[in-house]
Design a protein around this ligand. Sequence first.
Ligand SMILES: Nc1ncnc2c1ncn2[C@@H]1O[C@H](COP(=O)(O)OP(=O)(O)O)[C@@H](O)[C@H]1O
Ligand SMILES: [Mg+2]
Length: 261
Amino acid sequence: MPCRTIAVANQKGGTGKTATTLSLGIALARLGKRVLLVDTDPQGDLTKSLGWKDPDSLEATVASHLAAVIEGEGLEPREGILSHKEGVDLMPANIELAGMEMPVLMAMSREQLLNVWASPLKADYDFILFDCAPTLGIIPVNAFVASDSVLIPVSAEYLPASAMAGLLKTIGRVRRQINPSLSVEGILITLSDGRNNLAREVEGTIREQYGSAYRVFDAVIPRAVSAAESPAVGASIFAYDGRGKVALAFERLAEEVVGRG
Ligand SMILES: Nc1ncnc2c1ncn2[C@@H]1O[C@H](COP(=O)(O)OP(=O)(O)O)[C@@H](O)[C@H]1O
Ligand SMILES: [Mg+2]
């Protein structure tokens, strides 16, 4: 099976990008897939959520690889990859990535740097998932260039207005100018409280507005206390509350993603 690379992105913060990258990644690993998660947010939330509580103490991160590509240094692509006990690998990120923004912008082929690093790793994995920061800056664009598709988590807590339009426009621009095979993997409704009228309204609006042009996943990620707690213990929702509704929803999402193949 050729490796599939997916960027998890939305320039709005708090839509469940990091939770989705982590939980989808572990759900895919539980289906027997070899999975690499790549933290591309200088906040290092994905890195922390997987249990590396002090990302700033890590020496080799995604920032090191961007720097090595820019400088033409021969840094081995696997340098710094961490193994999580639930069966996924992680390329961590920390605050050093924020300092790479300018060097990346000044670099030759500035949109291709992440792709140059990640390409040789495709031989080792079935899935590479990039957790993006809540911006449409040069680092997320690098993730889009390195990806086959973009998975868009949208919070059921507010109507996605202009943020979606901006993201879809950026994806279109990357597709036209740099990566013609980039597609939208799907829109994922997250943080959904089924008892709440707004959540139902948002879900209906998303399916209506985007359902004909894009896949809107049948799986909807419910809001649950357990899902808010699990990052603090460095465990996925599968290890923390494996029989709960959030784990079940991510299992279904993984099946939808794999089914598309
Ligand atoms: N299913 C869920 N139920 C409850 N809280 C959640 C759920 N998913 C994520 N959260 C919490 O919501 C916040 C935002 O989620 P996060 O994945 O960090 O979003 P983003 O990466 O888009 O900023 C975090 O505090 C996270 O722990
Ligand atoms: Mg995040």
